[in-house]
Each structure stands twice: as structure tokens, then as C-alpha cells.
Design a protein around this ligand. Structure first.
Ligand SMILES: NC(=O)c1ccc[n+]([C@@H]2O[C@H](COP(=O)([O-])OP(=O)(O)OC[C@H]3O[C@@H](n4cnc5c(N)ncnc54)[C@H](OP(=O)(O)O)[C@@H]3O)[C@@H](O)[C@H]2O)c1
Length: 348
């Protein structure tokens, strides 16, 4: 397969510690460069980026990366060439891995590289392999099954609920694991209405001036057994008084704090103490062996319709021929511009 001799690539020109990210203009944190496309090393592969996964976690990498490195991001690439020692992928395969904000990328695959659908024609839309059947769905599955040990009949609060991980938590808890009640928290009335159509018993807007009251009404005096937190910050603080004694909290993400220096209510620790709550942080990295079981179960529940995929479970931005739009699209995550998985399509 032939390939071009140069590729556009975004590099991080300086670390981003606290504070917002500049995605355009002279003070942008990212520089658009053109790099030579080289043949892969003996252990490497060359891919054309087909779709980029936009993840809040990219922001954490930007706090610690080396200067002038291509911006790292998960994505799906089409294999254009493979090194002589590579057995896991062949030319033409679609692979998921940690790639970069680039049009073409030669690299040595990590242990987490996956060939989509084992190299066979895809059974589901490509975007599903980045969202519900990708790391977002895997995170939702792990948090509920392994961290919260969620049981039928239990009640659940989910923050960041209209996002990529959050909507899967809502649907999987309600439609598969048999939650008695799912309370979703999201940032607009429209998102709340959408969540109530797709698995949430109640959805509450954290931007409403009545948020604390509405959340307390939704949780009821008995409170919730479990909390799946994607947000941290003031939303986390607001949920704590609505937990049952000995309730469990899975700390999945902290998007409210990725761009912020602010510290939050130290009284949270008092509430955790008085309610004897179990707060458990987790990342997918600790559970990679569980991926095949997840993939099998989720393929079945998607096909059976228990996990619904459709309008609102993903936001696809077409950046074909508009590669310069990559940073701005990603940054939309921090302003709630997405419903479900935010995906940038770079090529057919
Ligand atoms: N532990 C792990 O292994 C793991 C794996 C994947 C993801 N994560 C974490 O899980 C969380 C969700 O990730 P995702 O991929 O599903 O992203 P996402 O929810 O699809 O996108 C981010 C959403 O967060 C909300 N948000 C943004 N700023 C906020 C703020 N200041 N306060 C409250 N909500 C805010 C926005 O929705 P609204 O309109 O509702 O504000 C936005 O749409 C992130 O914190 C991420 O880092 C963890």
C-alpha cells in the first residue's frame, strides 16, 4: 500500500499545568507541524488516522509530557505498512491504540493495541469501537462490576452522565444490572431530558440554582447505595449528603478539576466519615485482562438492544480536510459540547 511522504502533526509546545488550555491563536499550547512519514521500524507499524477519540484524560498527559511531543490520543488507524517482526496486525487492518494528533503515524504498538473485530469486517459502526465498545464502555463496566460491585435492586447516582462513560453507566446499571433507581447528573436541561429517555429515573442539572434541592428530592430521604463519579469538584461534594451510610463511591474521573487550581469543600471528608462511605479510585489500566469478557458481554447487550446506541450516544465531528480543527474539537469536552462519545473523523 502506498502512503504520502509527509503528515500534519500537532505537537505540545509547552506543558499545561493549572488553568485553561489555549487551542488557537499566538498563545496556543499546540503547534501544527509537518513531519516526514517514515517507513515503520522492524517492530513498528505505520497507520493513517481514521478517527480520534477525544478524552478528558488527554489533559492529564498535557501536564507531564515532554516538550514538542506529538499530542498523544487514542484513536483508530488503518495499517499502511508493518515492520518485519510485527505479527499482531497486517496491512489494511483497523487498529485501536494510543496514537497521536497526526494524519499518519509510525510507532511501535503498545500491549493495548487491538485489531478491530479481529481483522474481519466490522459488525458495528466504527465509532462504537471508540465509545460503547471501547475504553468508555469498558470503564463503565469496570466501575459498576468490579469497583462498586453493583447488585440488582440497588440505587445509583452518576455524574457526567450524558458523557461517553456516563451514559453507558446509566444504561448498563438500569437495563442490564437491574438498578432500582438511577439518578443522572448533567449540565443542561436537554441532556437531562435525553437521559430520562434512555435509562435514568431522574436527571438533575448541576448548573441549576436549585441543584442541591433537586438532587436531594431525586435521591429521597433514604439516599443512594452507590455513586459513579466522573466529575469530582463541587458536584462530588453535593452528592455526598445524599448517600446511604456505608454507601460506595467509584472515583472514575475529575474533569471539573483538570483545568483548575481551586480546592473544594474540606467538609467532604467529614461527610465521608460520618456516613462511613467507601471511596475507591480506579483506572482501566488495572483491569486490562478483563477486556475480552467485557467485549463479549457488551457485543451481546448492544445487539439485544439493552444498551442502546444511536442519536446522543456519540457526537461525531467531521474533520476530513480540516485537520487544524483537532485541538478546538477536543477542547469542547470541557464546555459540555458533546453528548456521548466525542469523535473526530479524519479520513474515510
Ligand atoms: N478511570 C479511568 O480509567 C477513566 C477512563 C475514561 C475516562 N475517565 C474519566 O471519566 C470522566 C468522563 O470521561 P468521558 O470520556 O466520558 O468524557 P465525557 O463525559 O464524554 O466529556 C466530558 C463531559 O464532562 C462534563 N463537564 C465538563 N466540565 C465539567 C465541569 N467543570 N463540571 C461538571 N461536568 C463537566 C461535560 O458535560 P456537561 O454538559 O454535563 O457539563 C462534558 O460533556 C472524565 O473525568 C475522564 O477523565 C476515567
Amino acid at each position: 500500500m502506498s502512503y504520502p511522504t509527509s503528515s500534519k502533526v500537532f505537537v505540545l509546545n509547552r506543558l499545561i499545568e493549572d488553568g485553561g488550555v489555549q487551542v488557537s491563536g499566538p498563545s496556543s499550547h499546540f503547534t501544527l507541524t509537518t513531519c516526514a512519514v517514515t517507513p515503520p521500524s522492524p517492530n513498528g507499524i505505520l497507520v493513517q488516522l481514521v478517527a480520534l477519540s477525544n478524552d478528558p484524560g488527554n489533559r492529564l498527559w498535557m501536564r507531564s509530557a515532554g516538550e514538542a511531543e506529538p499530542v498523544r490520543a487514542y484513536g483508530i488507524g488503518r495499517v499502511l505498512a508493518v515492520g518485519e517482526n510485527v505479527k499482531k496486525a497486517k496491512v489494511g487492518d483497523l487498529v485501536f491504540d494510543q496514537l497521536a494528533w497526526a494524519e499518519y503515524y509510525a510507532y511501535e504498538p503498545t500491549g493495548s493495541m487491538r485489531v478491530l473485530n479481529g481483522g474481519h469486517p466490522l459488525e458495528l459502526p466504527l465509532s462504537t469501537y471508540l465509545g460503547v465498545l471501547g475504553l468508555s464502555g469498558f470503564t463503565a463496566y469496570l466501575g459498576l462490576k468490579f469497583v462498586l460491585d453493583f447488585k440488582p435492586g440497588q440505587s445509583l447516582i452518576v455524574s457526567g452522565a450524558a458523557g461517553s462513560v456516563g451514559h453507558v453507566v446509566v444504561q448498563y446499571a438500569k437495563n442490564v444490572l437491574g438498578a432500582s433507581k438511577v439518578i443522572a447528573i448533567a449540565g443542561s436541561r436537554e441532556k437531562c431530558a435525553w437521559l430520562e429517555k434512555h435509562g435514568a429515573d431522574r436527571a438533575v442539572n448541576y448548573k441549576s440554582s436549585e441543584f442541591a434541592k433537586e438532587l436531594a428530592e431525586a435521591a429521597g430521604p433514604e439516599g443512594a447505595d452507590a455513586f459513579f463519579d466522573n466529575v469530582a469538584g463541587s458536584v462530588f461534594d453535593a452528592v455526598l449528603p445524599n448517600m446511604k451510610p456505608h454507601g460506595k463511591i467509584a472515583l472514575c474521573g475529575a474533569i471539573a478539576q483538570y483545568n483548575s487550581k481551586e480546592t473544594y469543600n474540606a467538609d467532604a471528608l467529614m461527610v465521608i466519615l460520618m456516613r462511613r462511605l467507601h471511596v475507591i479510585g480506579f483506572t482501566c489500566r488495572d483491569y486490562t485482562d478483563e477486556f475480552p469478557a467485557f467485549e463479549k458481554e457488551f457485543t451481546e447487550v448492544i445487539k439485544s438492544g439493552k444498551l442502546w446506541i444511536g442519536e446522543g450516544t456519540e457526537t461525531v465531528v467531521d474533520l476530513r480536510g480540516r485537520f487544524e480543527g483537532v485541538p478546538e474539537t477536543w477542547e469542547g469536552l470541557f464546555h459540555g459540547k458533546n453528548n456521548g462519545k466525542l469523535i473526530s473523523v479524519l479520513a474515510d
